[in-house]
Design a protein around this ligand. Structure first.
Ligand SMILES: [Ca+2]
Ligand SMILES: [Ca+2]
Ligand SMILES: [Ca+2]
Length: 185
């Protein structure tokens, strides 16, 4: 059983490598200047006419990719981010996931940020966004100060299957990105 899982992981990791290469080609084609702005990023993923939620969602992804926060993505940032979300280890992916929540970048998550993120990603677990938010804080906010730090987040996710499932939706974000990107090929 375990062997099977490992095999599966390996082949999906190989597949992801091919996807990264493919997406690098798209970046170079779509963005010969080497610096991608938010509106170009959106256009690249075909989001000009779709919903506001989708557009905000892409903005969040864009911000999490933009490591030096200069509001453009250079090739290195783009490749590093793809590599991380598609091939990174659990810890790296959780850190990335945390960044997706932390809109103001202060290293802590408040209820507003968590709620915002849940609304964007939509819930498939039969709970309202505010119920999901309550549950996250119940389980993750260890010292009950109303904010979630990175270490609370990482610990909470790793000991809680429900939360891990929820966060895996973030990992699936990469699948969404790739699917939309494929339309360009
Ligand atoms: Ca940048
Ligand atoms: Ca914050
Ligand atoms: Ca806390």
């Amino acid at each position: 059983m375990q062997l099977d899982t490992r095999k599966q992981e390996k082949s999906s990791s190989d597949g992801n490598l091919a996807q990264i290469q493919e997406m690098c080609v798209i970046f170079l084609r779509e963005c010969p200047s080497g610096a991608l702005h938010l509106h170009e990023f959106k256009r690249m993923f075909g989001v000009q006419s779709s919903s506001r939620e989708e557009s905000l969602f892409l903005e969040t992804i864009f911000r999490s990719f933009d490591t030096n926060q200069d509001n453009t993505l250079d090739f290195i940032e783009y490749v590093a981010a793809l590599n991380l979300i598609l091939r990174g280890n659990l810890e790296d992916r959780l850190k990335w996931s945390f960044k997706m929540y932390d809109r103001d970048g202060n290293g802590k998550l408040d209820r507003k940020e968590v709620l915002h993120k849940i609304k964007l990603q939509g819930s498939e677990v039969g709970l309202t966004p505010s119920e999901i938010c309550d549950r996250i804080f119940e389980r993750v906010d260890d010292n009950n100060d109303g904010e979630i730090t990175l270490s609370e987040f990482m610990e909470g996710a790793q000991k809680d299957d429900w939360l891990m499932d929820l966060l895996n939706l973030d990992i699936n974000t990469s699948g969404w990105v790739i699917r939309n990107c494929r339309k360009l090929c």
